[in-house]
Design a protein around this ligand. Sequence first.
Ligand SMILES: [Zn+2]
Length: 72
Amino acid sequence: MSETNDDVQSDGETDHKFDECPTCGGELQYQTEADAECLNCGEVFCHEVRTDRHLLWDYDDLGWMRGVVARA
Ligand SMILES: [Zn+2]
């Protein structure tokens, strides 16, 4: 169903950060370890670190997590 990203390697890298906005490709700025805001479109995302993977969550206007928009 979902696209695979074969050029993203997850092993050995524990402090990966998403630095590109999945919506517009702008630069993400991290307020905290987990909270990122796009400098271009102003969207906010939550970076969740699981055991061996990194997920980037999207918020809707009410602040609810909408879904995973990027993973590594
Ligand atoms: Zn953006």
